[in-house]
Ligand binder design. Structure first.
Ligand code: F6P
Length: 560
């Protein structure tokens, strides 16, 4: 393991990219007109994903230098370091092994890290999760009154929430009869609204927290436990004795965590807890036991298919030559846009309603990973790092923010994602609605790439004074990702694709993409400020004037 990252900005490739950028003129119209093979040459396949990179602002030369950059920062070596369990999460001195979570059973050679049989550990937890999921799904697992589970409420936040909720929403067509709900926010409205219409006798809570120390999750878990006790008691199902209450918790609460001692302290039987390991980052944990709620919804077979999709992309990323490697190329394109063409944000625009939480999920993955100002050896970064990821499903976004992407002053690279076969092949009279939907996808990427010139606008008979307002400059870069349909495997491939894109960018920037120290200060201050919010005058006077003023406003205006 080297003692400091390679500084990408000192490489020959970086120097060449800088010179290349200085002469660069994006010309997607011209490039496509003069090169009929451009689309075919710049389209790649990874697993089931068909990825058209041709509408990006790159020439063959750009891509060739970017690939050289990947070689010069030793992307291959760092990738192997990740897959083999080196402690590449330097600031936390941990291996980074989310890829081990989806290695198929019996894969050789077996993976042993820090003396641990990683494959054996992973398979043992998976078997436990699958057995539990089967029991819940079949009705063998019952609540305290003997009724089968109808609703599973996952209580978690960040990586212990976003992955399961996004995947559940995406895979609804594969879900069985058990409904999943999610509580994450410490705003009490979240838990109150989530349980409001639930029957406690048929509700199972999964408390999902890697650390089992997260304020939001533990507070919500206690609120849920109170609700369970109160509502079961009101129904005459339990009494207020400790034994009766503990019995209810045992049948209605399970946990997912790396801290099984804290799970026991909460009152959840460790028998009903599913473990994972410190080498799984929260935002990379959906394929660990954190996915238990999802495994209940889509069943063990669906979950296996989900894991297999991740593994397909893992293998592609680990083994494909850089020129063919989709996560490598997409990560390098992002570096090109951020560091050479001054892009500040990146839009992810799924043309699939089931992916409506995908951008929110990616926000944690990408921005908690790469929103860093120091490199993994503690030295300052030498260039801009993580861009802002955002997005909404098409076509909703078209009627909201696409104006800026088409005609604004900022460069917003965008990924468009769609599937060929819809879950609901509905027709509107003669029209196949999915075809209308996809037509929008194709039209948007086309308009962004090729725009509309002033002459074309004039030729439509537009009055001269409106011509400039109706011109589309084009040269707005997009990547188009398509798949046959949104199966669990395809979703796994998509998620793993973005995991590895994020990794590639982090390697170029020399940062530790697997720590998240930036979330700590706010958490600590919240605990320090809480007494002031509760009316403690000493704590209040210790606050800065702005914070004090806000708390005073709260104290003066609250009604209870
Ligand atoms: O927001 C910080 C963070 O640590 C995330 O990285 C993590 O996913 C989330 O909090 C939840 O943490 P835990 O799973 O330990 O409750």
């Amino acid at each position: 393991m080297p003692t400091s990252p390679i500084d990408a900005t000192t490489t020959a490739a970086w120097r060449d990219l800088t010179a290349h950028r200085d002469e660069f003129r994006g010309d997607l119209r011209g490039w496509f007109e003069s090169d009929p093979q451009r689309a075919a040459r710049l389209t790649r396949t990874a697993g089931d994903l068909h990825v058209d990179l041709s509408k990006n602002l790159v020439t063959d030369e750009t891509l060739a230098i970017l690939v050289r950059l990947a070689e010069e920062v030793d992307l291959r070596g760092r990738t192997e370091a990740m897959f083999t369990g080196e402690h590449i999460n330097v600031t936390e001195d941990r291996a980074v092994l989310h890829t081990a979570l989806r290695r198929p059973k019996g894969m050789t050679p077996a993976l042993t890290v820090d003396g641990q049989d990683v494959d054996g550990d992973v398979q043992a937890v998976l078997e436990k999760v699958y057995a539990f999921a089967d029991k819940v799904r079949s009705g063998e697992w019952t609540g305290v009154t003997g009724k089968a589970v109808k609703t599973v409420v996952n209580i978690g936040i960040g990586g212990s929430d976003l992955g399961p909720v996004m995947a559940y929403e995406a895979l609804k067509p594969y879900a069985g009869d058990i409904e999943l709900r999610f509580v994450s926010n410490i705003d009490p409205s979240d838990v109150a609204e989530t349980v409001r219409d639930l029957d406690p006798e048929t509700t199972l809570f999964i408390v999902a927290s890697k650390t089992f120390g997260t304020l939001e999750t533990l507070t919500n878990a206690r609120l849920a436990r109170e609700w369970l006790w109160e509502t079961l008691a009101a129904a005459g199902a339990i009494d207020t004795s400790e034994e009766s209450r503990n019995g209810a918790v045992a049948k209605h609460f399970v946990a997912v965590s790396t801290a099984l001692d804290k799970v026991a302290a909460f009152g959840i039987d460790p028998e009903n807890a599913f473990g994972f390991w410190d080498w799984v980052g929260g935002r990379y944990s959906v394929t660990s036991a954190i996915g238990t709620s999802l495994a209940i919804a889509i069943g063990p077979d669906g979950f296996r298919d989900f894991l297999a999709g991740f593994h397909t992309m893992d293998e592609h990323f680990r083994n494909a030559p850089f020129e063919q490697n989709v996560p490598v190329l997409m990560g390098l394109l992002n570096v090109w846009y951020v560091n050479f063409l001054d892009a500040h944000t990146h839009a992810v625009l799924p043309y699939a309603q089931y992916l409506h939480r995908f951008a929110a999920y990616l926000q944690q993955m990408t921005m908690e990973s790469n929103g860093k100002s120091v490199r993994w050896d503690g030295s300052p970064v030498t260039t801009q790092t993580g861009e802002i990821f955002w997005g909404e499903p098409g076509t909703n976004g078209q009627h909201a923010f696409y104006q800026l992407i088409h005609q604004g002053t900022r460069l917003v690279p965008a990924d468009f994602i769609a599937v060929a076969t819809p879950a609901h092949p509905l027709r509107d009279g003669d029209a196949d609605v999915h075809e209308l939907f996809l037509s929008n996808f194709f039209a948007q990427t086309k308009a962004l790439a090729f725009g509309k010139t002033a002459d074309e606008v004039r030729a439509e008979g537009t009055p001269e004074e409106l011509v400039s307002a109706r011109v589309f400059s084009g040269n707005r870069p997009t990547t188009s990702i398509m798949a046959p349909s949104l199966t669990p495997s395809v979703l796994g491939q998509l998620i793993a694709l973005y995991e590895h894109i994020t990794f590639v960018q982090g390697i170029v920037w020399g940062i530790d993409s697997f720590d998240q120290w930036g979330v700590e200060l706010g958490k600590k201050l919240a605990m320090e400020i809480a007494p002031a919010v509760g009316g403690d005058t000493d704590a209040l006077s210790a606050q800065d004037p702005s914070t004090r003023g806000l708390i005073e406003y709260y104290l003066a205006n609250r009604t209870r």
